[in-house]
Write a protein that binds this ligand. Structure first.
Ligand SMILES: CCC/C=C/C(=O)SCCNC(=O)CCNC(=O)[C@H](O)C(C)(C)COP(=O)([O-])OP(=O)([O-])OC[C@H]1O[C@@H](n2cnc3c(N)ncnc32)[C@H](O)[C@@H]1OP(=O)([O-])[O-]
Length: 717
């Protein structure tokens, strides 16, 4: 709803009221229509201010309403009504003006913003475009290049940047509503005719064709297969080339296509899933809303390789005092330099001073005695980590949380090395740790709810989306990655090439196919893990393609034996012009090697098509996701989907692997897995999981109902 009052004698003040972000629900839209009517018909009122309750202007259209038919007044004529008002209307922008919220402000005749307010048109992240006139008004106000940037990236700008762009008329550090009322008084006698943005001509640009061609290329590259960014460019092009009314018609057509697309549904699901994972629970019954996190003022990071450096930066930027520790003196000096420059770059981007005084360096463990939390980021070696946890347990003050940035090792084993296993949790960061938004928080069988709450809260402070998951090999993300990678290797054995597999996966929307990704992260990483797992030993009298009783592809190991570790050695699944080179080129040597391998092992190459690559790689991965749900390692499908979109570059417009399974149809996924498992009975990961069968038997319920079919966690509280 919206509240109305008259202030300073002649200013009608409309306050949007719909906590927490004053989203434009049907009731709010009706409220605006009614209160605007009141203000315009009140002869004492000379000008109007629109603001939001509780220091937030407006978070945009109410996304929850998108899944049901429209009720209440539509937004486009509402904003048109504001713009055509005969009395000046001023938007007082505090907190946020996003999506429909900013579109409403664009309909006002003046915009006054707090310098720290965040403004933006993030609809592209919801699979939409700014479809309440935003795509037509913004370019008219700030020019086509800036509008293209804001609308296609969905990025937020501060009030200060908005002023530079010409998006707002004035910025203040004081009370925004008071300033807006003062401003409204000052323009009360000026007819707003010349202030209606829809009547502005779109600023000319010397080469529109090149501008739009470049923009189109960029959005296609950034989000392969996503419809919304392309539609955003098309809508802005309409603004630049057509009269306003025709541009609005084009905006409406494009919006209608997007609105009914599965992609918008997937991205809106992803929006709510990111928030749902914050409401975590543990099998013990402990929950986010009943557990108080411990305070973390001071933390220690042990091991300053790539991960440790990124984690240190993320902590400092979150306001935590950090002791960064590394025993190798040369590595310590290099890390110090790298961390300082990362902090300086980050501070410059955010327009603040770098908090270099928040971090100090140590080559020994002594400072651990005085910190609230330790994150170890040493080499992925269980023996090394165990020793470290023993030492930490003896050194730290009572109550210090001990966290491991392991990407898949057993958290219980680490906890068992300590005197207080309840204080131990996994914090699995993703590289680069100061950039990537995902954090897997891994609870072991003895982790206390408070330790989990502390790690979850710390993740949030670092600007991350934290997902609480159970302890198993590879946790959620890497556990699901294993069958996906395996299928890709098997497909090579059976007749295809790395280029074809990558092409199919990239067309699906992954930023990088599995082989290019493997070259980037280094083939030796997995090789070391397989070595530690005893997988490199071929049992006597057995084929090299069988290990520990299951089908195994030794292709990756064979490449590593040749020193082909990927980009860093200039050779991997592809060739590069030099070690460290980035442009992957097909490698005739690799093709010959694959042929030789097939001959050696009596394999006859067959034609593998697009569908088989996609289904075998993705359905095997999804099947593991169902197993993870069945095992209670993830609390719900949203947890898995958030992990995959934010940590493994699963395309957001496909929602995440579990959401995608629902889109494809669970029945179809089951049938195809059954088909492939029949063809390859020696690959256990293709055997359909019981939960998938159960869901199909129960009529393939939508993803938000799957939790009803999962085992209820047993409360031990
Ligand atoms: C023709 C149409 C054209 C227009 C299209 C649009 O405007 S599209 C929209 C364009 N706008 C956007 O894309 C903006 C989307 N919103 C955001 O980016 C952020 O929420 C924020 C920056 C506004 C606040 O961040 P923060 O970290 O302070 O808080 P938080 O993120 O945790 O949210 C708190 C609660 O509010 C909820 N909620 C929030 N917004 C909406 C909404 N619009 N609707 C409904 N609900 C919304 C959110 O789910 C959560 O609920 P929960 O889980 O507690 O039940």
């Amino acid at each position: 709803m919206a509240q109305y009052s008259r202030v300073s004698g002649t200013v009608g003040l409309i306050t949007l009221l719909n906590p927490p972000v004053n989203a434009l629900s049907a009731a709010v839209r009706q409220g605006i229509v009614d209160t605007l009517d009141k203000a315009l018909s009140d002869r004492k009122v000379k000008s109007v201010v629109i603001c939001g309750h509780n220091g937030k202007f407006c978070g945009g259209a109410d996304i929850r309403e998108f899944s049901s038919p429209l009720t209440g007044p539509p937004l486009i004529p509402l904003i048109q009504g504001v713009e055509s008002a005969a009395k000046p209307v001023v938007a007082a922008i505090d907190g946020v003006a996003l999506g429909g919220g900013l579109e409403l402000a664009l309909g006002c005749h003046y915009r006054i913003a707090h310098s720290k307010a965040r403004l933006g048109l993030p609809e592209v992240h919801l699979g939409l475009l700014p479809g309440a006139g935003g795509s037509q008004r913004l370019p008219r106000l700030i020019g086509v290049p800036a509008a293209l940037d804001l609308i296609t990236t969905g990025r937020h700008v501060t009030g200060a940047e908005a002023l530079q762009l010409g998006l707002v008329d004035k910025v203040t550090d004081r009370n925004t509503v008071d300033e807006a009322v003062k401003f409204a008084l000052s323009v009360a006698d000026q007819p707003p005719n010349s202030r209606r943005v829809s009547t502005f001509p779109c600023p000319r640009h010397p080469d529109l064709d090149a501008l739009f061609e470049g923009a189109m290329q960029r959005v296609r590259q950034r989000a392969r297969g996503a419809l919304a960014p392309v539609a955003c460019v098309q809508a802005i092009r309409a603004a630049a080339t057509l009269p306003y009314a025709q541009g609005m018609e084009r905006e409406r057509e494009l919006m209608a296509t997007l609105f009914t697309s599965g992609q918008a549904r997937a991205q809106q699901y992803h929006f709510f899933a990111q928030r749902a994972v914050g409401r975590w629970s543990m099998p013990s019954g402990a929950r986010w809303d009943t557990t108080k996190p411990g305070a973390v003022h001071k933390a220690m990071v042990i091991g300053l390789g790539t991960m440790g450096r990124g984690i240190s930066v993320a902590l400092v930027q979150a306001g935590v005092s950090v002791v960064a520790m590394e025993t190798n003196e040369k590595q310590l000096m290099e890390a110090k330099q790298a961390i300082s420059s990362m902090l300086e770059r980050g501070a410059k981007r955010r327009g603040v001073a770098p908090a270099l005084d928040k971090i100090r360096y140590s080559w020994n463990m002594e400072p651990a005695a005085d910190v609230d939390l330790v994150i170890e980021a040493v080499f992925e070696d269980m023996a090394l980590k165990k020793k470290l946890f023993q030492q930490l347990s003896a050194l730290c003050k009572p109550g210090t949380f001990l966290c491991s940035n392991t990407s898949g090792l057993d958290v219980d084993q680490l906890a068992s090395e300590t005197r207080h296993p309840e204080l131990v949790v996994g914090m699995h960061f993703f590289a680069p740790a100061h950039v990537m938004k995902l954090l897997e928080v891994v609870y072991g069988s003895r982790s206390s709810p408070q330790a989990v709450a502390t790690a979850m809260e710390l993740g949030k402070r670092m600007g991350k989306v934290s997902v609480a998951v159970g302890n198993c090999r590879g946790f959620v993300g890497n556990r699901m990655l294993k069958p996906y990678l395996e299928q890709a290797f098997f497909l090579l054995e059976e007749g295809t090439t790395p280029e074809f597999v990558d092409q199919v996966l990239e067309e699906f929307g992954f930023a990088m196919g599995v082989f290019r990704m493997s070259d980037l992260s280094g083939l030796d990483v997995g090789w070391r893990v397989r070595k530690a797992d005893g997988l490199l030993n071929v049992s006597e009298g057995h084929s090299a393609r069988i290990r520990q009783g299951c089908r195994y592809s030794p292709l990756g190991d064979l490449l590593c034996e040749q020193g082909r570790f990927g980009q860093k050695t200039g050779r991997g699944w592809y060739q590069y012009d030099k070690p460290g080179g980035r442009v992957a080129k097909p490698d005739p040597w690799l093709h010959g090697f694959l042929e030789k391998f097939r001959t050696q092992h009596g394999l006859v190459a067959h034609r593998i098509d697009h569908q088989e690559v996609l289904e075998r790689c993705l359905y095997a991965l999804m099947n593991e996701g169902f197993r993870i749900l069945e095992d209670g390692i993830a609390a719900g499908p949203e947890d898995i989907d958030v992990i995959y979109v934010l940590g493994y570059s699963w395309p957001p417009h496909r929602g995440g692997p579990m959401f995608y399974a629902g889109m494809v149809g669970l029945q179809k996924v089951l049938e195809r897995l059954e088909h492939y498992h029949q063809e390859h009975p020696d690959i256990p990961s293709l055997k359909p999981c019981n939960l998938l069968r159960k869901l199909v038997v129960n009529g393939s319920p939508p993803v938000h109902k799957w939790r009803e079919f999962l085992k209820k966690p047993q409360s031990q509280l």
